[in-house]
Ligand binder design. Structure first.
Ligand SMILES: [Zn+2]
Length: 156
């Protein structure tokens, strides 16, 4: 019994390492079957709805605690605000939403440098924008509010 449990742990570690190194490369997850696309989008929509419901519940708890204004509520409110922030970040960095347009549909490309998922349309847009801004900066222009370092993470 103990040896099979050890084998399971060993295979889980190997799988985790394989997945880690696999994901460290820029990967595109694409579906061609329209039925699977609908299924994928429905699953993403469910996950987003679940996360939004959780966030709504946390916000309601925070508002209730702020209204009662008792001693000790401040610490609880801070914990709930941290939980809300972590949930927002988890949703934003998940494959559910594109990190730029926040759309549920479409395929995804993983950016291992920022741990974000982006749709192919936004990926092409960011790459073109980077090239234009880089050319402008190279000729002495101002990139404005754009973060060239961030855009550069989307280059191969
Ligand atoms: Zn997008």
């Amino acid at each position: 019994m103990a040896s099979s449990s050890g084998a399971i742990h060993y295979s889980l570690i190997l799988y985790s390492l394989f997945f880690y190194f696999y994901m460290m490369r820029r990967r595109m997850i694409s579906l061609s079957n329209p039925h699977l696309k609908v299924f994928r989008d429905n699953i993403r929509s469910l996950k987003e709805c679940w996360a939004l419901q959780q966030m709504k519940g946390i916000r309601n708890q925070i508002e209730t605690l702020k209204l009662t204004d008792r001693e000790g509520n401040r610490r609880l409110v801070e914990q709930l605000e941290d939980k809300l922030y972590n949930l927002k970040e988890a949703l934003r960095r998940s494959i559910v939403l594109c990190c730029v347009c926040e759309d549920i549909g479409n395929d995804r490309i993983f950016n291992p440098k920022t741990n974000e998922w982006i749709c192919p349309d936004c990926y092409a847009l960011v790459r073109n924008l980077y090239r234009e801004l880089k050319e402008r900066v190279d000729h002495g222009g101002d990139p404005g509010d754009h973060d060239l370092g961030y855009y550069a993470t989307f280059l191969d």
